[in-house]
Design a protein around this ligand. Structure first.
Ligand SMILES: C[S@@+](CC[C@H](N)C(=O)[O-])C[C@H]1O[C@@H](n2cnc3c(N)ncnc32)[C@H](O)[C@@H]1O
Length: 254
């Protein structure tokens, strides 16, 4: 993804409006409230913060101790336009980064999919080392290979996860899973259909991988609002669902 300026530009422009980002950002704040109640001063690091949509939302919600890092100069420049405290840091060099020594919360949304196992282990060691005891790692991830589609090709996603992957990997880094849910369960048949259709088009050569487009685009406002309401309702009514294109995990530093 790094280097694809047009993808960062789309993210920057749409992440405040698009149903998927709004649902994810609210899922994050709900989880923070479940762990920290009304506290707003925890030290929070958004690792791989992209163009800063989540940090912007957290700031708007009153969180005061925020820091972002990203390895893309495009992403950092967009964050700076929002006057967010974000630094250019390659997550492979986290140990050397000039940051707070320890954080109460580290958020790492849709970043692990860019790391092979060989790189993911050092990354998780680095993130775990930066967490205070009982600190929380919040992580959203692409789930199930079945959902691999044009979006993955466009933004360079190299892998998708299931819960068992994290159940295996996280304890090796002193992190214990507190909750894990796939989402959106209700929308999963529709998303699956679209992704499988995209895959077929790539396989048949009707679309070339070079022309692949990400799913970051704004549908008409009523579709956007309907999708947002469906996902929010699911999130409120069903705390854990067994299937979906994303896997949201909260883990705690032991
Ligand atoms: C799919 S975007 C997700 C952005 C943001 N977390 C969100 O949820 O909108 C993945 C982000 O990870 C960043 N990234 C990928 N590999 C990285 C690395 N090695 N070091 C730092 N950032 C990295 C990319 O620049 C990009 O901003």
């Amino acid at each position: 993804m790094i280097g694809r300026t047009e993808e960062y530009e789309k993210m920057f422009r749409l992440e405040g409006q698009l149903w998927w980002y709004r649902s994810l950002h609210e899922r994050v704040t709900t989880s923070l409230q479940q762990v920290f109640g009304q506290r707003r001063d925890m030290a929070i690091l958004d690792a791989g913060c992209g163009t800063g949509g989540l940090l912007n939302f957290l700031r708007w919600k009153g969180y005061t101790n925020l820091q972002g890092i990203d390895g893309s100069a495009d992403a950092v420049a967009f964050c700076q336009q929002r006057e967010l405290p974000v630094a250019l840091v390659n997550l492979n060099d986290l140990a050397q980064a000039e940051l707070l020594e320890k954080y109460d919360v580290i958020i790492c949304n849709d970043v692990f999919c860019y790391f092979t196992d060989a790189d993911l282990h050092p990354l998780l060691t680095g993130l775990s080392n930066r967490l205070k005891p009982n600190g929380v790692l919040v992580s959203n991830n692409n789930a199930f290979n079945l959902f691999r589609g044009e979006h993955d090709v466009a933004v360079g996603i190299i892998r998708r996860f299931v819960r068992a992957d994290f159940a295996r990997i996280l304890p090796q880094h002193d992190l214990s899973i507190q909750s894990a849910t796939y989402w959106s369960f209700v929308l999963s048949p529709l998303i699956l259909l679209i992704r499988q259709w995209q895959r077929l088009q790539l396989v048949l050569g009707w679309h070339s991988p070079e022309e692949a487009k990400s799913d970051v685009y704004l549908p008409s406002s009523w579709i956007n609002e309907t999708l947002y309401r469906i996902v929010r309702t699911e999130q409120i009514l069903l705390r854990r669902t067994p299937f979906g294109s994303s896997l949201f995990i909260i883990s705690k530093k032991l």
